[in-house]
Design a protein around this ligand. Structure first.
Ligand code: SAM
Length: 267
């Protein structure tokens, strides 16, 4: 179902359209992105241009990826900034971001993402992590908290481990529903993600994903029980990990150690 009008555009729920209208919040996000004229900037889901316009003011050029055909058309005909924009009409989940890199320069990616696609989109972008300098995304606050959580916290889980395996994750700003039109039902927050070479490289990332997924599948179980299909308690001990701890107490380094053992010895 569609929501009320904003700037002559009826927000489409199926495209997760909640448009930013609070200028203080917009300024705060642009400051966090800190665009420089020479940057290769890429915005996902520019919508009606709430972030696009102030970023285009300082940037020489800006790529935008927008799924909604009407919004893409509006941006192509934007009265002030259309000459600075390359509008890529389509689904950011299928977009090849590497094609935008030039002369070895990495991308700065940002966006106020539709909440239903935010996590798959971030992991899609991380498949181009070598091409990305940093990312700033508005997400559901709960997702930001989970992405940035460390061991020992209730919010620490699979999303924390896999995000922090690939990136440094820094929450930047909290944003209330009143900053958008139409207002979403949940609080939002902006996160900065800086892709980094893994501190503890996994020999096979798909094994790490499997081990972490199984460990957090039943968070109340001890590691000995939740990972019994992967490793024995004796192996956990030999890796210096107490088999009686719950997954939220296990560091990324320890998950990598378990997954490297499994990758080499099989489950
Ligand atoms: N950036 C604008 C703002 O802050 O006001 C709009 C944000 S709105 C939450 C999300 C935007 O992403 C909409 O313009 C929507 O059409 C677009 N969008 C939704 N799914 C998309 C996808 N898979 N790929 C690219 N854009 C998408």
């Amino acid at each position: 179902m569609n929501q009320r009008n904003h700037l002559g555009h009826t927000a489409r729920k199926r495209f997760g359209q909640n448009f930013l209208t609070d200028t203080h919040v917009i300024d705060g996000i642009v400051r966090a992105i800190s665009p420089q004229s020479e940057d290769i900037l890429v915005e996902i889901g520019p919508g009606l241009g709430a972030l696009t316009e102030p970023v285009a003011e300082v940037a020489d050029h800006l790529h935008v990826v927008e799924l909604d055909r009407d919004l893409a058309k509006r941006l192509r005909h934007h009265p002030f900034i259309s000459n600075k924009l390359t509008v890529h009409e389509g689904d950011a989940l299928k977009f090849d971001f590497r094609q935008l890199c030039s002369e070895g320069k990495k991308l700065k990616v940002f966006g106020n993402l539709p909440y239903n696609v935010s996590t798959p989109l971030i992991f899609h972008l991380l498949s181009f992590q070598d091409s990305i300098e940093n990312m700033h995304f508005m997400l559901q606050k709960e997702v930001v908290v989970r992405m940035a959580a460390g061991p020992g916290s209730k919010a620490y889980g699979r999303l924390s481990v896999m995000t922090q395996y690939y990136c440094k994750a820094v929450p930047v700003l909290e944003v209330p529903p009143s900053a958008f039109k139409p207002a979403p039902k949940v609080d939002s927050a902006v996160i900065r993600l800086i892709p980094t070479a893994p501190q503890w490289p996994a020999e096979d990332v798909s094994v790490l994903e499997r081990v972490v997924g199984e460990a957090f599948n039943q968070r109340r179980k001890t590691l000995r029980n939740s990972l019994k299909r992967q490793v024995t308690a004796a192996t956990l001990e030999s890796l210096g990990i107490d088999p009686s701890v719950r997954p939220e107490q296990v560091s990324i380094e320890q998950f990598v150690a378990i997954s490297n053992y499994v990758a080499n010895h099989g489950p």
